[in-house]
Design a protein around this ligand. Structure first.
Ligand code: PLP
Length: 368
């Protein structure tokens, strides 16, 4: 049996009729940018998260960098961020000229709260929390630290649509919640898309203006903005997916529950959510000392896997200028050497799950 790490086609065929109907509706409407679909999606997504306002944007990276831009965080400022995040989180900071200060993750892949305060300096302006792999990070202590030091709080929720900490949804704890609707995300579009969720009305208006060349009224430009609009077609298709998000999330949680219960290979460490939090299992990430042997072995069984991520941002060629060396973030670097994302996707059959479970349980370090 051949099993890919992700199957986005399955997510389409689950609601094929609804997606096709909506696509035709938008195509025939004659209105393609900033119309009813986008404003309806914004209302529905804000309501879903429990946040007050949502502003649709062109991508998750745009959500991040525009967030820091509108919070006036730039040159000379520092932003605290976990070392094991996706590099886009870091680019959201550095595009504005600000400096990322990397903090090691904890055993749940989230920022290690115990290591935040020792990294705060006079230049620190914000904390960026990534709810990585769909697991919500515990926010209580982090929001306290932000209050104590008067820091802004931005959440990277590109992987965590619907994940909660003590019943509150990620993206609503701080100043800005940044979302991506890249096709492989839990709430995926059929192209690029992103959004922010904010509680401050004025900030929401600033995002609305910024995404459209900095104009509130057409051709009257107040600030130098960007072209970062979620388009009508993607917004319409996202509304279809959003109307099914609870069943889609539950399906992934059922698969993860099975993995948690049935994977029992002593060479493999399973992911664990922090107490009081939920995961929407954007990825199911296991750890294995002989990770590369495991990849090779699963490959012989035709099971696809991906490493999220093989090179941590502080060691990326793009960030050589930051001057970090191998060994400067040992926990982050060890994760990069041991993590592996196994197949998990909407529409994954029971047989496929069983095949993956059996194959992984039969892996021996000497197998390849
Ligand atoms: C996907 C992703 C982004 C970037 O989103 P795009 O829509 O691809 O720009 C940012 N942060 C994290 C954690 C992501 O997974």
């Amino acid at each position: 049996m051949k099993i890919m790490q992700n199957r986005m086609d399955r997510g389409f065929y689950m609601y094929q009729d609804e997606f096709e109907k909506k696509a035709l509706e938008v195509l025939r409407s004659g209105w393609y940018i900033l119309g009813r679909e986008v404003s309806s999606f914004e209302e529905e997504f804000a309501a879903y998260t429990g946040g007050k306002y949502c502003v649709g944007l062109a991508s998750g990276l745009d959500a991040l960098w525009i967030a820091f831009r509108l919070l006036h965080i730039g040159k000379g400022d520092e932003v605290i961020v976990q070392g094991n995040t996706y590099i886009a989180s870091v680019m959201g900071i550095t595009i504005n000229g600000a400096t990322p200060v990397f903090v090691e993750p904890d055993e749940h892949f989230g920022i290690d709260v115990r290591r935040i305060e020792e990294n705060i300096t006079k230049r620190t302006k914000a904390i960026l929390v990534t709810h990585l792999y769909g697991m919500a990070t515990c926010m209580e202590r982090i929001t306290e630290i932000c209050k104590k030091y008067n820091l802004r709080l931005v959440e990277d929720c590109a992987q965590s649509h619907g994940a909660c900490d003590k019943g509150q949804m990620t993206g609503t704890f701080g100043d800005v919640g940044c979302f991506s609707f890249y096709p492989s995300k839990n709430l995926g579009a059929f192209g690029d898309g992103g959004a922010v969720v904010v509680n401050d009305m004025q900030l929401a208006e600033e995002f609305r203006s910024f995404r459209n060349y900095g104009s509130e009224k057409r051709y009257y430009n107040k600030v130098v903005g960007a072209n970062s609009r979620l388009d009508e077609l993607q917004a319409g298709l996202l509304r279809v997916r959003l109307s099914h998000i609870d069943e889609l999330t539950k399906e992934k949680q059922r698969i993860a529950d099975r993995y948690n219960r049935e994977l029992n290979n002593p060479f493999i460490k399973l992911p664990k959510t922090a107490e009081g939090t939920t995961s929407v299992w954007h990825q199911y990430v296991i750890r294995c000392k002989e990770r590369d042997k495991l990849i090779e072995y699963l490959d012989t069984k035709e099971i696809g896997t991906i490493i999220h991520y093989p090179i941590p941002p502080h060691l990326a060629e793009a960030y050589r200028n930051l001057g970090h060396k191998k060994g400067s973030l040992p926990i982050t670097e060890q994760l990069a050497e041991t993590v592996l994302s196994i197949p998990i996707y909407n529409g994954m059959t029971n047989e496929e799950q069983t095949y993956v479970i059996n194959a992984i349980n039969e892996f021996k370090e000497s197998a390849v």
